[in-house]
Design a protein around this ligand. Structure first.
Ligand code: NI
Length: 381
């Protein structure tokens, strides 16, 4: 079950075109137009969502109803791949391989449309905007067009796995994402007279060091939790202690209880350590996607289905990255897979020199198509 070479060449050309024309989260206007034209040329019905970017198309009709999802947005990164089809928009790059994702869903759309008479039920195709911005899935769900969907399938390419390898793992496959931004306020003073102020730099250092304590000592070591402070700023010269410092970063968890506990400990430690240093701390907390949670029963079914047509199927390591596919899975049982796209030796996702191989496209197309037919059959019985 592989796509014909005729489709392959066409899809490679499409992917290269999309790669050359990346658009940021929420700004995927031309990308959406391009996808819409391609689907309409195939005679595929586009649902009316009222969204400015992103779209949902439909093939087949009636019960049961399943959905296939790809994301379409790019990142604010200056491309450094040297590819002949590198980004033509300076500072914007498909560095997460969403060009590959949407291309493979177009390929699946073409095959499913050709085989529409065999489809017993409905397949909804979600070309989702703003995955990187973490609001696309919420937008699509809010339109109501997925209200009747009984199962949902998605994937992310993984440049660190061998090309074409499919990784399917039950339960948490990608992490819940929390983001924090902290402003530490003290009293500025001369560097020579620290006792006349309240030093925000020493306080911030102590807060950051203390934050690692709860991850190491209070989280079950069997559970993955990571806390990273990624940005610190204070002061602007050598002989003045600043009255303000800021730091920000992220916490990744796989368990609801750990997520709640981590937030509580974060607030306790930041507030109390700040008080111990006679400064104050204001915390702003930004909730990202929940755990990308693969329904165990459905995952087992998709794993076995995939093994029937593909040799290289594995249970991959979970990733501490986040994915707003999780937002659909809170309402719809779903399976999110990894598909190897460039190992060995490729830089990971979001690197300016990250590349994915075109040979990944047919495997991804087949993953969508095979999963769709198998799911419809399972849900019908
Ligand atoms: Ni991505």
């Amino acid at each position: 079950m592989t796509i014909s070479s005729e489709h392959y060449d066409e899809l490679v050309a499409i992917r290269h075109y999309i790669h050359e024309h990346p658009e940021l989260s929420g700004q995927e206007v031309k990308t959406t137009q391009y996808l819409k034209h391609y689907l309409e040329d195939l005679g595929i019905h586009i649902l009316d969502t009222g969204l400015k970017t992103g779209l949902v198309a439909q093939i087949g009709s009636g019960q049961p109803v399943i959905a296939l999802r790809a994301d379409i947005d790019a990142l604010p990164i200056v491309e450094n791949t040297g590819l002949a089809f590198a980004s033509k928009t300076e500072g914007v790059m498909h560095a997460c391989g969403h060009d590959l994702h949407q291309t493979s869903l177009l390929g699946a759309a073409k095959i499913l449309k050709n085989r529409e008479s065999e489809i017993k039920g409905t397949v909804k195709l979600i070309f989702q905007h703003a995955e990187e911005g973490h609001f696309g899935a919420d937008d699509i769900l809010a339109t109501g067009v997925l209200a009747d969907v009984q199962a949902i399938i998605g994937y992310h390419n993984m440049p660190t796995l061998p090309v074409g390898q499919i990784g399917i793992r039950e339960k948490g496959i990608m992490a819940a994402v929390d983001q924090f931004y902290v402003t530490v306020k003290g009293i500025g003073s001369h560097a020579a007279h620290p006792h006349e102020g309240a030093d925000t730099i020493v306080a911030t250092s102590a807060i950051i060091s203390s934050l690692q304590q709860f991850v190491a000592r209070q989280i079950n070591p069997q559970n993955a939790v990571v806390l990273s402070v990624t940005h610190v700023e204070a002061g602007n010269t050598w002989n003045v202690l600043p009255d303000k410092a800021i730091f920000e970063g992220t916490i990744r968890t796989f368990d609801k209880a750990d997520r709640a506990f981590a937030k509580q400990r974060f607030y306790d430690i930041v507030t109390h350590v700040a008080a111990a240093y006679d400064v104050t701390a204001e915390i702003s907390w930004i909730l990202g996607p929940n755990v990308t949670y693969n329904d165990p029963e459905l995952t087992d079914f998709i794993f076995k289905t995939t093994q029937k047509w593909h040799e290289d199927v594995v249970v991959p390591e979970a990733s501490n990255g986040g994915e707003d596919f999780a937002t659909y899975q809170e309402r719809i049982p779903g399976v999110f897979a990894f598909i190897g796209s460039n190992a060995p030796g490729s830089p990971g996702l979001h690197f300016s020199n990250m590349t994915v191989k075109d040979e990944t496209i047919p495997v991804a197309v087949d993953y969508y198509v095979a999963s769709a037919f198998a799911l419809l059959e399972r849900l019908a019985t």
